[in-house]
Ligand binder design. Structure first.
Ligand SMILES: Nc1ncnc2c1ncn2[C@@H]1O[C@H](COP(=O)(O)OP(=O)(O)O)[C@@H](O)[C@H]1O
Ligand SMILES: C=C(OP(=O)(O)O)C(=O)O
Ligand SMILES: [Ca+2]
Ligand SMILES: [Mn+2]
Length: 676
C-alpha cells in the first residue's frame, strides 16, 4: 500500500507492467514511516492552503491613488464601502426605502475567502442595511461581481450559463436566447415636458412614447428581478474617447456574457497611456467614478408584463433621459445595450454642438480620416477594418470642434460567412476575450462554422479594439477628409461609387437608403428598400435635419468630400445579379483614401445625377456604370425608376423642414434628389 502511494507502477518483479524498467525510488524511513518525496515540498499544510497560494491579491479594480501611505488600507476600505453603497443605491427599489445588502464577490466562493482571512467579514464589505426588513430580498445579500476580468467572466459563463463554450481559437461562444437581433418596435422613450419638445416624435421616428409612471413600473420589475438573484454583474465604464466629453456608465446585468460584452465594447480608460499601450483601468478615473451619469438595468431574461400600459410584446427597452436610466426586459441580445447607449449619445452630444455619427472611422498614415456611414450589414465594420489604415472605430463616433472620437472601446462584427483570406484582421480578433454570439461550432474540435445560419444569420463577434493590430489608440483623430455613405442596394442600380456634392451628400444622408433582401421563408421575391434617416434612424433622438445641418456645416468647414458606395448588387437585382465583390469595393475605397478618385474623370448619370468615375484602379471599368452589367436594359431602367420613386416618396416627410440657417441649402438638398 505505502509503496504504491506515490503513483509508481512497479510490479513485484522489478519491471513495469508495460515492459519499461521499474523506477526505483530511494526510500527513507522517518519514524518508521516509508517516505517517498525527495524534492522540495509545497509550503502548505492543507489542500485549502495550497489553493490559497495559487492566487495572489491583485490591485483592486477601483484602485486608490498611487500613494503608499499607512492610511492606504483605511481609505481603501472606505472607498470600497462607498462603492458598494453606490451600487446598492443603483439597485434600490423606489418603493422601499433602502437598497439591498450588497457584498462583493462570487457567492460560490464563501468558503475560499474564509481560508484567506481569519476574520472573513473583512473580505466581505457589507453596506448599511435597513433595520426593518420590508421584503424578502432585503433579508438576503446580493453578491456583486464588479468589473471582472475576461478570464473571471469566462469562468462564470462556463460554470453557470448554458450555451457557453470555448471555441478552438479561445473565444467565448454564447447564445443570446430567443432574440438574436435588436427589437426596435419594443423601444420606448419617456415623454415628459422636456422630451416632448426636444425629441423627434411621430411618423418615421424611432421614438415611441411611454409615460414616467410606466417606466417606473418596468424599472421596478427589472430591479426586483436583479435583486432576487444571488449575484449581479456590475460594469463601471466610459463612453467616448474624448476625455472632455466622456460619459460614465454603469451596467447592472445578470449574465457574465453581458458583462464581458460591455467590457469589450465600452471604454475602460482614456488618459493613462504608455506609448500606444493602455494601462487599464486608470486608478484615478475609476476611483473618482462615484455615481454614474447613466445606468442600464439589464434584466433581459425576465419579460415585461404585457398588462403594463404601452407594452405590445414581452420585450421592452425603455429609456428615461431625465432619470438617465435604461431598462431592458425580455431580450438578451447584447447589441441592445450598445445601441441603447448610442441613442443616449445622440441626445447628449448635439446639446454640446457635437455630432454623433452611426459610422465606422479610420485614418491613413498621412492623418486623412474617413467616415463610413451605413445601416446594419452595409460594411461599416468590414471596410473601416483595413490592414493599410489605422482603425479609430467600427460603429459609433463623435465629431466635435477638435475632430473625431470613438464612442466605444470595441467592435461588433457580423460573422456570417466570415472568411480568413478576405477579412484577416477580424478573423484574427476572434480569440481569447472575444464574445461570439449565436455561432455554430463542431462539438468536438470547437471549430466555428461561420457559414452556418442554424441559430441566426446575425452571428456576431465583439472584441476590444486593440485586438485589431493597427487600431489607433487612443481612438481619436483629426477632422474627416472623406465621408463615405454605404448602401447595400439589392436593386442593383446604384453605381459602385459616386462622387457627391454637399447637397447630394445631405440628400442621401437624410434618406439613409439601403435594401434588405427578403428572407426565403417570407416568400417575398422582391428586395425591400429601407430608408433610415442619418443611416441610423433607430438610434437618433432629434429630428434628422438637426444632425444633417451639423454634418453639412462640418463638412463644409473642413472641406470633406461625400461619396456614395454601393456594397450591394450589380448586374441585376437580388436573385439575378450578384453582390459586388468585396475586393472591388476595397479598391474603390483605396482610391477614395489616396485622393486619386477625387481627380479622376467623371460622367453624370441620369435620374439620380450621380458623378461616376470612368476608371478606378483594380476595378473592371464596365462595372462602374451599372447599366453595362445588366443584360436586360429595359429591366434596368424600370428598376432604376422604381427606386427613384421610392426615394422621392420617402423624402416627402422632409420637404417642409429647413436645414441649416438659410433656405438656400434646403432648396439645394431638395433639388439633389432623383429627377424624372
Ligand atoms: N462588397 C462588399 N462590401 C462590404 N461588405 C461586403 C461586401 N460583400 C459582402 N460583404 C459582407 O457584408 C457584411 C457587412 O457587414 P458589416 O461590415 O458588419 O456591416 P455593418 O458594420 O455596417 O453592420 C460582411 O459580412 C461582409 O463580409
Ligand atoms: C449592432 C448593430 O449594429 P451594426 O449592424 O450596424 O453593426 C445593430 O444594428 O444591432
Ligand atoms: Ca452598427
Ligand atoms: Mn458593424
Amino acid at each position: 500500500m505505502a509503496s504504491s502511494g506515490n503513483g509508481n507502477v512497479a510490479n513485484g518483479n522489478g519491471t513495469a507492467r508495460n515492459g519499461l524498467p521499474a523506477i526505483h525510488t530511494h526510500k527513507k524511513h522517518v519514524n518508521g514511516i516509508c517516505h517517498d518525496d525527495s524534492g522540495p515540498t509545497v509550503k502548505a499544510k492543507t489542500i485549502d492552503e495550497l489553493h490559497s497560494l495559487q492566487k495572489k491579491k491583485s490591485a483592486p479594480t477601483t484602485p486608490v491613488t498611487g500613494s503608499q501611505t499607512p492610511f492606504a488600507t483605511l481609505s481603501e476600505q472606505e472607498r470600497q464601502k462607498q462603492q458598494l453603497q453606490s451600487i446598492s443605491a443603483s439597485l434600490a427599489s423606489l418603493t422601499r426605502e433602502t437598497g439591498p445588502k450588497v457584498v462583493k464577490g462570487d457567492p460560490a466562493k464563501k468558503s475560499e475567502s474564509q481560508v484567506h482571512h481569519d476574520h472573513h467579514h473583512h473580505h466581505h464589505h457589507h453596506v448599511a442595511t435597513p433595520t426593518i426588513a420590508v421584503s424578502d430580498s432585503a433579508l438576503k445579500f446580493t453578491h456583486v461581481l464588479y468589473n471582472l476580468s475576461p478570464a473571471e467572466l469566462y469562468e462564470q459563463a462556463i460554470k453557470y450559463e448554458k450555451g457557453s463554450f470555448i471555441t478552438s481559437t479561445g473565444a467565448l461562444a454564447t447564445l443570446s436566447g430567443a432574440k438574436t437581433g435588436r427589437s426596435p418596435r419594443d423601444k420606448r422613450i419617456v415623454k415628459d415636458d422636456v422630451t416632448e419638445n426636444e425629441l423627434w416624435w411621430g411618423k418615421g421616428s424611432p421614438n415611441i412614447e411611454m409615460d414616467e409612471h410606466t417606466f417606473m413600473v418596468n424599472r421596478e420589475r427589472a430591479v426586483d428581478y436583479l435583486n432576487s438573484l444571488d449575484k449581479v454583474f456590475v460594469n463601471d465604464q466610459f463612453l467616448n474617447w474624448d476625455p472632455e466629453n466622456k460619459i460614465k456608465v454603469r451596467i447592472v446585468s445578470a449574465r457574465a456574457y453581458h458583462s464581458l460584452f460591455m467590457h469589450n465594447i465600452l471604454v475602460y480608460n482614456l488618459d493613462n497611456w504608455v506609448g500606444d499601450r493602455c494601462i487599464r483601468p486608470t486608478p484615478e478615473e475609476l476611483e473618482n467614478f462615484g455615481t454614474p451619469d447613466f445606468t442600464i438595468y439589464n434584466a433581459g431574461q425576465f419579460p415585461c408584463n404585457r398588462y403594463t400600459h404601452y407594452m405590445t410584446s414581452s420585450t421592452s427597452i425603455d429609456l428615461n433621459l431625465a432619470r438617465r436610466e435604461m431598462v431592458i426586459l425580455g431580450t438578451q441580445y447584447a447589441g441592445e445595450m450598445k445601441k441603447g447607449l448610442f441613442s443616449v449619445m445622440h441626445y447628449l452630444m448635439p446639446k454640446r454642438q457635437i455630432l454623433s455619427l452611426h459610422s465606422g472611422c479610420n485614418m491613413g498614415r498621412d492623418g486623412d480620416v474617413a467616415l463610413f456611414f451605413g445601416l446594419s450589414g452595409t460594411g461599416k465594420t468590414t471596410l473601416s477594418t483595413d490592414h493599410n489604415r489605422f482603425l479609430i472605430g467600427d460603429d459609433e463616433h463623435c465629431w466635435s470642434d477638435k475632430g473625431v472620437s470613438n464612442i466605444e472601446g470595441g467592435c461588433y462584427a457580423k460573422c456570417i460567412d466570415l472568411c480568413q483570406e478576405k477579412e484577416p484582421d477580424i478573423w484574427n480578433a476572434i480569440r481569447f476575450g472575444t464574445v461570439l454570439e449565436n455561432v455554430v461550432f463542431d462539438e468536438h474540435s470547437r471549430e466555428v462554422d461561420y457559414s452556418d445560419k442554424s441559430v441566426t444569420e446575425n452571428t456576431r463577434a465583439s472584441y476590444p479594439i486593440e485586438y485589431i493590430p493597427n487600431a489607433k489608440l487612443p481612438c481619436v483623430g483629426p477632422h474627416p477628409k472623406n465621408v463615405i455613405l454605404l448602401a447595400c442596394d439589392a436593386f442593383g442600380v446604384l453605381p459602385p461609387v459616386s462622387k457627391l456634392n454637399l447637397a447630394q451628400t445631405m440628400y442621401h444622408f437624410i434618406s439613409g437608403y439601403t435594401a434588405l433582401v427578403a428572407g426565403t421563408e417570407d416568400g417575398i421575391k422582391e428586395p425591400t428598400a429601407t430608408f433610415s434617416a442619418c443611416f441610423g434612424a433607430a438610434f437618433i433622438m432629434l429630428h434628422p435635419t438637426k444632425y444633417a445641418a451639423m454634418l453639412a456645416e462640418k463638412m463644409e468647414k473642413h472641406g470633406a468630400t461625400g461619396w456614395l458606395v454601393n456594397t450591394g448588387w450589380s448586374g441585376g437585382r437580388y436573385g439575378y445579379g450578384s453582390r459586388i465583390k468585396l475586393p472591388y469595393t476595397r479598391k474603390i475605397i483605396d482610391a477614395i483614401h489616396s485622393g486619386s478618385l477625387l481627380n479622376a474623370e467623371y460622367k453624370k448619370t441620369e435620374i439620380f445625377g450621380f458623378e461616376i468615375p470612368t476608371e478606378v484602379e483594380g476595378v473592371p471599368s464596365e462595372i462602374l456604370d451599372p447599366i453595362n452589367t445588366w443584360s436586360d436594359k429595359k429591366a434596368y431602367n424600370e428598376t432604376l425608376l422604381k427606386l427613384a420613386g421610392l426615394f422621392k416618396k420617402n423624402f416627402e416627410t422632409f420637404t417642409n423642414h429647413k436645414i441649416g440657417k438659410d433656405n438656400k441649402l434646403t432648396e439645394e438638398i431638395l433639388a439633389a434628389g432623383p429627377v424624372f
